[in-house]
Design a protein around this ligand. Structure first.
Ligand code: SAH
Ligand code: SF4
Length: 351
């Protein structure tokens, strides 16, 4: 199989092109066509010599994930079903909010963690995504926006909250993130990128090797028995191990850590759950993001009442915690968190 041009960061492409006898500067021009001009037709790269264009065409693939279905929610959220080169499909979601447009990116086809509340988790893991497929979600959808919405419509923020556990695919996600950050490539600021993880202890300890982006930990319960029921990973890597690892995250670069807390009716929404949360989390260093459970057709959990969600938030606020509730977006097209699961057979229902 050909090497893929979107698998490279600028430094690696430079050394490869220099070895092949081209100038160092030419890789910067290639990055410009890819990330700034977003033109993927190598033949039309006018400021690049014919010799280099031929070399690129012969040596590299530039396949982008193809949009094979798209849905628009009443709240403006868009969900895309993308087909990869090997026929597998993944999903990505665009969430508009005031002056931001956030893309929710997938890092794997499926997910191995198997959380009991997660639609993706029921699918199992098929494979990791290549760097080119992670970057390709961004470039493919940027192009789609340019062609279908508006020339100036731009993705401003990125969250690794689509399908998959990003730290399970550490190296490829790392390389993609380098290109999301690099001013020669996508040039998104580090505050605009968030990596969400279910808590892979060994990989959290390696986060000092990762570019400095926001980190969100999917906590969902501060009680081991309940967390293990919700997230099987907690049986092998429990809260004590998780928090020992979290202490090793270089906080200066990563700033405050966000804890995501899914609120499920009668499962983790009691006063005892709040007490446990408060004894686990440091009030000054933690931000809690409450996520009302999104129901999907086969889910056996329920969302707590609006009053309960508000009470949970206010109780944490009154104890000095910064705590917000994440609004459910794209619910009507199954684009909300945890509802992503590629299902061809449902396509007609969504149209
Ligand atoms: N695997 C990573 C990132 C993808 S999941 C992780 O688990 O952090 C992104 C977020 O969606 C996580 O916080 C996850 O717990 C949440 N989520 C999963 N299923 C959900 C559901 N049914 N309703 C609401 N949020 C859900
Ligand atoms: Fe995987 Fe995250 Fe879903 Fe858990 S919540 S199954 S880790 S995608």
């Amino acid at each position: 199989m050909k090497k893929h041009l979107l698998n490279y960061n600028l430094t690696d492409l430079q050394s490869e092109l220099v070895t092949a006898g081209f100038s160092k500067f030419s890789s910067k021009q290639v990055f410009d066509w890819l990330y700034k001009k977003r033109n993927f037709n190598i033949d039309s790269w006018s400021n690049i010599s014919k010799k280099l264009r031929e070399y690129l065409l012969n040596s590299y693939s530039l396949h982008l994930p193809q949009v094979i279905w798209h849905g628009l929610s009443v709240d403006g959220t868009r969900k895309f079903l993308l087909k990869l080169e090997d026929g597998n499909t993944i999903e990505t979601v665009l969430i508009p909010a005031r002056n931001r447009l956030t893309q929710c990116i997938s890092s794997q086809v499926g997910c191995a963690i198997g959380c009991t509340f997660c639609h993706t988790g029921t699918q199992g893991l098929t494979r990791n995504l290549e760097t080119s497929e992670i970057v390709g979600q961004y470039l493919g959808i940027s192009n789609w926006l340019k062609e279908n919405v508006h020339e100036e419509e731009k993705i401003t923020n990125m969250v690794y909250m689509g399908q998959g556990e990003p730290l399970h695919n550490f190296d490829n996600v790392k390389k993609a993130t380098e290109n999301f950050l690099d001013d020669n490539a996508a040039g998104l600021g580090q505050r605009r990128i968030t990596l969400s993880t279910s808590g892979l202890v060994a990989k959290i300890k390696k986060l000092d090797e990762f570019p400095p982006v926001n980190i969100a930990i999917s906590l969902h319960s501060a009680r081991n028995d309940i967390r293990s029921e919700l997230m099987p990973i907690n049986r092998a890597q429990n809260l004590e191990m998780l928090f020992e690892a979290i202490k090793s995250i270089p906080l200066k670069a990563h700033r405050r850590i966000t804890y995501e807390y899914l609120l499920i009716k009668d499962k983790n929404d009691s006063p005892q759950d709040i007490d446990a949360l408060c004894s686990l989390l440091n009030r000054k260093e933690s931000k809690i993001n409450l996520i009302p459970f999104n129901e999907y057709p086969e889910s056996h959990y329920k969302q707590p009442s609006k009053e309960k969600i508000l009470w949970f938030m206010q109780e944490l606020n009154s104890r000095g915690y910064t705590c917000t509730v994440r609004q459910t977006k794209g619910d009507d097209i199954l684009a909300a968190c945890g509802q992503l699961k590629t299902e061809y057979e449902n396509l007609n229902l969504w149209n």
